[in-house]
Design a binder for this molecule. Structure first.
Ligand SMILES: *[C@@H]1O[C@H](CO)[C@@H](O)[C@H](O)[C@H]1NC(C)=O
Ligand SMILES: *[C@@H]1O[C@H](CO)[C@@H](O)[C@H](O)[C@H]1NC(C)=O
Ligand SMILES: *[C@@H]1O[C@H](CO)[C@@H](O)[C@H](O)[C@H]1NC(C)=O
Ligand SMILES: *[C@@H]1O[C@H](CO)[C@@H](O)[C@H](O)[C@H]1NC(C)=O
Ligand SMILES: *[C@@H]1O[C@H](CO)[C@@H](O)[C@H](O)[C@H]1NC(C)=O
Ligand SMILES: *[C@@H]1O[C@H](CO)[C@@H](O)[C@H](O)[C@H]1NC(C)=O
Ligand SMILES: *[C@@H]1O[C@H](CO)[C@@H](O)[C@H](O)[C@H]1NC(C)=O
Ligand SMILES: *[C@@H]1O[C@H](CO)[C@@H](O)[C@H](O)[C@H]1NC(C)=O
Ligand SMILES: *[C@@H]1O[C@H](CO)[C@@H](O)[C@H](O)[C@H]1NC(C)=O
Ligand SMILES: *[C@@H]1O[C@H](CO)[C@@H](O)[C@H](O)[C@H]1NC(C)=O
Ligand SMILES: *[C@@H]1O[C@H](CO)[C@@H](O)[C@H](O)[C@H]1NC(C)=O
Length: 486
């Protein structure tokens, strides 16, 4: 039987954490940090989110303090760079928050800093420039060996964190608009010489919070924590046309202790995709994605998965927990994608309480995904897929219940499916098509394939871990910024 989530509710209680940042204003120190040319922008009082104790910032500045102009036309690339450079100096002196006020702030890519909060006002829109010359070229990810769209380097991400500790991107549901249409067009026309940038990438970062913002029209992936740990993504909205190329929602990649909760994602690719590097590059880099929890996700992605594991998984994927998942229209639920040459493993995956509507396959696993970075992949690098559990799933208006396709000679094992009802409509193909997989099931309608036989009396549940992950113990706190007088 299901046990209720442990002390999770207690952990989720928002702690009111009032820091009198006003104490800093009006002091010599306050003036030093808030002013340039004798004037600092007035900021009204507001609340902002932090993860755990210590995330409330001692220093607060507005983008306008650094010459920012929110007219939708003027470039703010230099203003963001100046602001971050300036505020990085107080990282160890209580940290800083950069406020992006109401307005439309056109910018090229910029980097974040340590102990730093980027706060977007409700009516603030950060607009990614469509001037391709403003996007620096950066190295490909070492675990991929090349860009994802093309060989070689890649364009910078719009907002990038590199080797940082304690970084927050939050707001009153302000917007980051990737203005991706021109990138999608160039990608479709094969005009790009480098891989498209992501909207937010955090690389080698610890203690990350992304909350209460809306991301629209990314050129490619939206949120990409890579080689990072202690990452919380909470209450964000991601919107992209359902036919836009590779606009994945949130992609934890070679990252551990990741918590994704209360997100609403409409996209042209997987709403969430957990990854860990690509073939021989990922095997050599050898950094897994593990201890990941996803809860209360709502997804619309008609041609992709609600949650994908892979296809790049060559550092391994282990201990993923997904619960209370709603999909309104998708191609498949929690999908496993891998191939010979990937190596590593996808194991200990636990899914419960999915409510799915309009989809092609409720369950989909693929051992022949293909897509190699180059011809140097190791044909003996056979991925292991094992210990995969799904319980309490209701699916309506589906075309097929399952397509479970393992690897000949290396079957996917330990699959457990319990308490599932799939309303299959007008299927011409077999409702279950299973090859090279082994597992058990119970209380599943329609009747599963012979490889996942129904044991109504022996199976009373599929496993779901009862312990909390370390990242579950991080409380979201609410800081309050007092009104700043100019
Ligand atoms: C940037 O930081 C320096 C030193 O911390 C400070 O004197 C200066 O006023 C700051 N500039 C702005 C625009 O806040
Ligand atoms: C951001 O930092 C990375 C890593 O140091 C660097 O490659 C990139 O050029 C920086 N981007 C900008 C816009 O400064
Ligand atoms: C970033 O961190 C990585 C891994 O810890 C390290 O190898 C690299 O030197 C760091 N780079 C910079 C620019 O700090
Ligand atoms: C999130 O944004 C809403 C406005 O859309 C605001 O009322 C709320 O206080 C914000 N919450 C946090 C934790 O920042
Ligand atoms: C944030 O804004 C988006 C886009 O306007 C909206 O769909 C979403 O409901 C808002 N979220 C919150 C928490 O207000
Ligand atoms: C790609 O490279 C070619 C050849 O150098 C150049 O003509 C073209 O403008 C480049 N495309 C883009 C989008 O930069
Ligand atoms: C990857 O690292 C783990 C330890 O974290 C080690 O046990 C394993 O052998 C390594 N795999 C490869 C392919 O190097
Ligand atoms: C599956 O994972 C759970 C939780 O980590 C563990 O208790 C169990 O032993 C695993 N089962 C197999 C067959 O590996
Ligand atoms: C059922 O799914 C089909 C696509 O397979 C879709 O066209 C139809 O609108 C869906 N019906 C409902 C009631 O959602
Ligand atoms: C089976 O799943 C349904 C829908 O999620 C749920 O309401 C019900 O309690 C579950 N039954 C058992 C015995 O777990
Ligand atoms: C079942 O799946 C296998 C492996 O993908 C495929 O070759 C076969 O055609 C499928 N069978 C049917 C009847 O669709």
């Amino acid at each position: 039987m299901e046990h209720s989530p442990p002390i999770f509710h207690v952990l989720m209680i928002l702690v009111l954490w009032t820091v009198v940042t006003a104490a800093f204003i009006g002091t010599a120190e306050g003036h030093r940090h808030h002013r340039r040319g004798g004037r600092a922008t007035e900021l009204e009082a507001f609340h902002y989110a932090a993860a755990g104790a210590g995330g409330c910032r001692a220093h607060v500045a507005s983008l306008t303090d650094f010459g920012g102009v929110g007219d939708g036309v003027t470039s703010n690339t230099a203003a963001f760079a100046a602001a971050v450079a300036n505020l990085s100096k107080v990282a160890c002196d209580g940290g800083a928050m950069l406020v992006v006020p109401a307005g439309r702030w056109l910018t090229g890519p910029f980097n974040l800093t340590n102990h730093f909060t980027l706060f977007l006002d409700h009516d603030a829109v950060i607009l990614a420039t469509q001037d391709i010359n403003e996007w620096p070229i950066i190295d490909p990810l070492p675990s991929y060996g090349r860009g994802r769209d093309s060989t070689g380097a890649r364009y910078s991400n719009l907002i990038m964190g590199y080797n940082l500790t304690d970084v927050v991107i939050t707001g009153n549901n302000g917007t980051i608009d990737g203005q991706g249409e021109t990138w999608w067009e160039m990608f479709r026309n094969k005009e790009l010489n480098y891989t498209r940038g992501y909207l937010i990438e955090l690389m080698y970062c610890m203690q990350v919070l992304i909350s209460n913002i809306t991301l629209v029209d990314s050129p490619s992936w939206n949120v990409h924590p890579v080689y990072s740990s202690q990452v919380i993504v909470s209450g964000i909205t991601i919107l992209a046309p359902v036919n836009s190329p590779n606009t994945d929602g949130i992609n934890p990649d070679s990252s551990s202790n990741v918590r994704i909760e209360d997100c609403y994602i409409v996209s042209g690719d997987d709403c969430i995709a957990i990854k860990s590097g690509w073939d021989e590059y990922g095997i050599a880099f050898n950094m897994s994605s593990k201890h990941i929890v996803i809860r209360r996700l709502t997804c619309i992605s008609p041609s992709s998965a609600v949650i994908a594991l892979g296809s790049e998984m060559s550092g391994g994927i282990q201990d993923v927990r997904a619960e209370d998942i709603t999909a309104i229209h998708s191609e498949s639920g929690v999908r496993i994608k891998t191939a010979i040459g990937r190596g590593a493993y996808v194991k200990d995956i636990f899914v419960r309480r999915m409510n799915l509507h309009t989809m092609k396959w409720v369950f989909w696993m693929t051992g022949t995904y293909g897509q190699h970075p180059d011809d140097n992949f190791d044909p003996n690098a056979i991925p292991v897929v094992q210990n995969i559990s799904y319980s309490n799933v209701v699916a309506e208006n589906v075309t097929m219940a399952a397509k479970l396709e393992g690897i000949p000679g290396a079957p996917f094992t330990g699959i457990c499916i319990y308490n599932v009802t799939a309303e299959v409509v007008k299927s011409k193909k077999p409702i279950w098509n299973c090859t090279d997989v082994e597992g058990v099931s119970s209380h599943v309608t329609p009747t599963p394939c012979a490889q996942i036989p129904d044991y109504p009396d022996r199976i009373t549940q599929c496993p779901f871990p009862e312990d909390d992950l370390p990242v579950d113990c991080v409380g979201l706190t609410e800081c309050s910024h007092q009104r700043t007088k100019p």
